[in-house]
Ligand binder design. Structure first.
Ligand code: 3HC
Length: 338
């Protein structure tokens, strides 16, 4: 009991320090942008999000919370219903803190900012910004953006939430003009709680597009950072090799997942150890990212040793033990964070 109290207090102290640093950085960027002329022009008011899964629903939610008019689009009504459920649950959590006396009023006010449709063309008709958070397939993403290019307004900005694909290759499905208005906008899971957004500039992304994206992410109460279009951008480039190496440690018999998690939480101040995080993100997602990077390793863009296949990871994915989404990964669902 005592150890779980001191563990919780150690983690909460380190999180508070991190939150204070993020808040100071956020307000200084916000001050800078409020005086930048380009940020005041062509303000983004209407957002369309493609993909009503965990990431897409989270992005739609934070957009709606920041006052944007949001259209959430997916291919089936069932997917949209699922997305709205995710949003409702998360909003109830936010409302408990922000408006404890009127949870329903708070939730319904934000939900009024969200419309849904399965009609992709209609979804972007009025949009100032499109964010795509659909499956990690270069072909499907390129097909979607190629289709949307002629449907959206000429000044509409296109962004992809890809975590593992090249933003440049996705953008090349659009016209030259649109490629200037195309960037990566990478959010983190759980979107409503994680403060970071990576803005990925390709060699074609214009400065006004970049500034508009920076401004809208700040309005969403996020802290933007900027990165070139390189494998994994900033976070995944560092995080994925760390997660893979932690699996190799277990495979070698160096330590148990439980002890490695405790070590990284209490010794390095991480909110979740690597195995809790692997289960949270999904073992299939991590496996998919590392597979994709093997091609990039062949092309010399990333070191081969970092992304060597791991038998234990492949075995768990093959058995359908994907983490939280399937009820079991390195841990059983009863031990997982909701
Ligand atoms: N909706 C709304 N709010 C949420 C939420 C959700 N789904 N999940 C958590 N929160 C809020 C809580 O309400 C709470 O808010 P408060 O501090 O204002 O009270 C805060 O987040 C912390 O949540 P809890 O107190 O419930 O639980 P924890 O303190 O254990 O935090 C966690 C949960 C935020 C998930 C934390 O464990 C964490 O930061 N984990 C690491 C997550 C991470 O690393 N994500 C990145 C994964 S990589 C990725 O996404 C990239 C992709 O490309 C693979």
């Amino acid at each position: 009991m005592l150890s779980s109290i001191s563990r919780a207090s150690a983690m909460s102290t380190s999180r508070n320090t991190l939150n204070a640093a993020a808040a100071t950085r956020l307000s200084s960027i916000q001050r800078h942008l409020s005086t930048t002329p380009s940020a005041r022009e062509g303000k983004i008011e209407r957002l369309t999000v493609f993909g009503a899964g965990l990431m897409g629903a989270g992005i739609a939610q934070v957009g709606a919370q920041s006052g944007l008019k949001v259209v959430l689009s997916d291919v089936t009504d069932k997917a949209l219903e699922n997305g709205l459920n995710i949003i409702q649950k998360s909003l109830a959590r936010v409302a408990k803190k922000k408006s404890p006396d009127d949870i329903e009023g708070f939730t319904s006010k934000i939900l009024k900012n969200i419309e849904t449709t399965t009609d992709a063309g209609k979804a972007v008709e009025q949009s100032d910004l499109v964010i795509e958070a659909i499956i990690e397939s270069i072909k499907v993403k390129r097909d979607l953006f190629g289709f949307l290019d002629s449907k959206a307004k000429s000044d509409c900005i296109f962004a992809t939430n890809t975590s593992s694909l090249s933003v440049t290759e996705i953008a090349e499905s659009c016209s030259k003009e649109r490629q200037e208005k195309f960037a990566g906008l990478h959010f983190f899971n759980p979107v409503p709680a994680m403060k970071l957004v990576e803005i990925i500039r390709t060699s074609q992304t214009s400065t006004s597009t970049y500034e508009a994206l920076k401004e809208v992410t700040l309005r969403m109460n996020k802290s933007p950072v900027t990165c070139n279009d390189t494998p994994g951008f900033i976070v995944n480039r560092l995080l994925v090799p760390y997660l893979l190496e932690s699996i190799r440690m277990v495979e070698r018999g160096d330590a148990t997942p439980e002890d490695i998690d405790t070590a990284m939480e209490l010794g390095a101040g991480y909110p979740m150890g690597p195995f809790k995080l692997l289960d949270f993100v999904g073992l299939d997602t991590t496996s998919y990212i590392s597979q994709g990077w093997r091609d990039k390793a062949e092309a010399g863009q990333i070191s081969k040793e970092l992304v060597q296949p791991i038998e234990l990871l492949d075995k768990l994915v093959k058995e359908g033990k994907l983490g939280r989404k399937s009820g079991e990964g390195f841990y059983k669902v009863s031990h997982m964070i909701e």
